[in-house]
Design a protein around this ligand. Structure first.
Ligand SMILES: Cc1cc2nc3c(=O)[nH]c(=O)nc-3n(C[C@H](O)[C@H](O)[C@H](O)COP(=O)(O)OP(=O)(O)OC[C@H]3O[C@@H](n4cnc5c(N)ncnc54)[C@H](O)[C@@H]3O)c2cc1C
Length: 246
């Protein structure tokens, strides 16, 4: 995004999504702590990590037999920047998630738009629920980039024209497309994240295959990488048990 001499904002185009883990209280010990109240009652946190093999075994058992609630006693907050169409899919995840997104009523939306890069397969084959994507031709790649950029620029120009004439932001934003970037905080726990990852990523270890849109999968992969560092035993058990949320 750049300023012209007249101060008008020019569109910027991106192909990525960003995910930052901004806050967390999440570890494998949180799972053990919650689970062992069933058999031992209250116990000191120091005791928890003393027998790593037992800890690993307990987490794997909870995952395998789908005892899910011990995986809820933790919290991760991500700051995510992605196109609006990704957030529309994301917010279908209702359980164990909290969201706060930037407002198109209270602030002027910035002209940052999504244009897929050459790694994004453009052509869809197959039937609903079982699509396969293949790379587009160079001509298709060029067309997608050019048409998207022109169309985004025209939409943002219309938005600015209305704002300049005093139209409210909440009215003027109607012309903006779902390829516009937005940002939000999303807070979850390991159980709700696993449910999300089971549906929104493709993985060779998944017992139940899913066919997510690539752009939400890109967000999922980044969240997964952060979570794997915080809760390695839980993460390993999730993969070992077919990536099905307990
Ligand atoms: C590949 C893919 C394609 C999709 N295509 C479409 C589409 O074409 N159209 C569309 O509208 N959506 C579509 N979705 C969204 C999908 O239907 C779900 O809304 C989304 O994946 C969130 O899943 P969820 O409801 O399990 O998650 P959450 O809302 O987080 O719920 C978690 C779990 O809680 C339980 N639960 C939550 N709410 C209820 C309830 N009201 N009653 C009973 N149990 C409940 C269920 O066990 C649920 O699995 C698609 C999702 C994927 C992954």
């Amino acid at each position: 995004m750049t300023d012209t001499p007249a101060g008008e904002l020019q569109p910027a185009f991106r192909s990525d999504v960003t995910v930052e883990l901004v806050k967390h209280s999440a570890s494998d010990a949180d799972v053990l702590f919650a689970a062992r109240v069933s058999t031992v009652g209250e116990q000191s946190l120091d005791e928890l990590g003393k027998d790593p093999e037992r800890s690993k075994g307990l987490i794997n058992y909870l995952m395998r037999d789908r005892h899910g609630s011990p995986f809820e006693h933790n919290s991760m907050t991500f700051f995510i920047s992605a196109p609006i169409f990704v957030f529309r899919e994301f917010m279908r995840h209702r359980v164990g998630w909290s969201y706060n997104e930037e407002s198109g009523r209270y602030r002027e939306l910035q002209p940052v738009f999504y244009v897929p890069d050459e790694s994004r397969k453009l052509v869809q084959e197959g039937r609903p629920g079982k699509y396969r994507f293949v790379a587009g031709t160079e001509a298709q790649q060029e067309l997608v980039g050019r048409v998207m950029e022109e169309s985004y620029a025209a939409a943002y120009d219309a938005y600015q024209k209305m704002l300049a004439e005093g139209v409210a932001r909440e009215v003027a934003r109607s012309v903006l497309p779902v390829g516009l970037y937005s940002s939000m905080y999303a807070t979850c726990n390991a159980r709700s994240l696993m449910h999300f990852l089971g549906l929104r990523t493709q993985h060779e270890l998944a017992k139940v295959p899913s066919f997510p849109q690539r752009e939400i999968e890109m967000v999922g992969e980044k969240m997964e990488a952060e979570w794997a560092k915080l809760m390695p035993l839980t993460y390993a058990a999730f993969n070992a048990n077919g990536r099905v949320a307990p």
